[in-house]
Design a binder for this molecule. Structure first.
Ligand SMILES: N[C@@H](CCC(=O)N[C@@H](CS)C(=O)NCC(=O)O)C(=O)O
Length: 257
């Protein structure tokens, strides 16, 4: 069976799930333990990160590489247009989205790592990490802070950078004749650019059916709530929430197995 190795909370893994869901390809989402996952990703795909796809005898890490692979092997429902100009724009926006995802993660994790709910999602519902929850939670928080350089100063720099990237993506949306109410990022059809940008921005908006929906008993940290409201009043926020509502047809539970 085609298998996507993932961390349930990762927005890069959300992007990979969306690619497979959009292509209507069957797969199983299998969770890995952060840290030891590198033994597998290095062995199979010479990479440190998830998502990693195992399809047939092929192993691929990196969500953008997965998109290129899927379009190369499964021609139906293309993720990237064959028109050269649109192809270039899509790949450029996918790269911008990858950078956006990096800064979204660092800025939001400054706040979200303080929430037991976030750590519970990373730990998962069963398995070794769940059995040893207190020690797992401590090690995960320390590990993530170190790996992603999460501290107030760096997080503030990331906030500036992600705002700049969002301005640029919003400008591209408007230049393509689209806005909050209609249209897509490239040409007239849904593409990898929309999946990449919306998946990377999803933690900011917490769309239904994703791991970032805040539980009803939790008041979201103020800086996150303020920025979310600011973006929802702009084409960018309206575009991301519209694309999630109309185009995100999840076929596999993000919680994985
Ligand atoms: N450019 C990569 C980024 C993936 C990424 O950063 N994955 C993170 C989770 S959000 C990861 O696997 N981190 C674990 C590590 O670096 O050891 C992609 O698009 O797939």
């Amino acid at each position: 069976m085609r298998t996507l190795y993932q961390f349930p909370l990762s927005h890069y893994c959300e992007k990979a799930r969306w690619l497979l869901d959009y292509k209507e390809l069957d797969y199983v989402a299998r969770n890995m333990i952060p840290g030891p996952h590198r033994l597998s990703t290095r062995w199979h795909a010479s990479s440190d990160t998830l998502p990693m796809l195992h399809d047939d005898n092929v192993w691929i890490a990196d969500s953008s590489e997965i998109a290129l692979y899927l379009d190369g092997v499964y021609a139906e429902k293309p993720l990237i247009s064959s028109d050269p100009k649109e192809r270039t724009s899509t790949i450029k926006l996918d790269k911008k989205a990858t950078e956006l995802g990096y800064h979204v993660r660092r800025w939001m994790f400054l706040y979200l790592l303080e929430e037991p709910h976030t750590i519970d999602i990373v730990i998962g519902e069963k398995g070794l990490m769940r059995t040893f929850r207190p020690i797992s939670a401590f090690m995960l928080k320390q590990g993530m802070r170190q790996l992603y350089k999460i501290n107030p100063e760096k997080a503030e720099q990331s906030k500036q950078k992600l705002s700049q990237l969002i301005n640029e993506i919003e400008a591209a949306l408007l230049a393509n004749g689209a806005d909050g109410k209609q249209g897509y990022l490239v040409g007239k059809t849904f593409s990898l650019a929309d999946i990449a940008v919306c998946a990377m921005a999803a933690p900011i908006f917490g769309p239904v059916g994703t791991p970032w929906v805040p539980p009803s008993h939790i008041i979201p940290p103020e800086p996150l709530a303020v920025y979310q409201a600011e973006l929802l009043a702009r084409p960018f926020g309206q575009y991301v929430t519209r694309i999630y509502a109309h185009e995100r047809k999840a076929r596999v539970d993000w919680r994985g197995q």
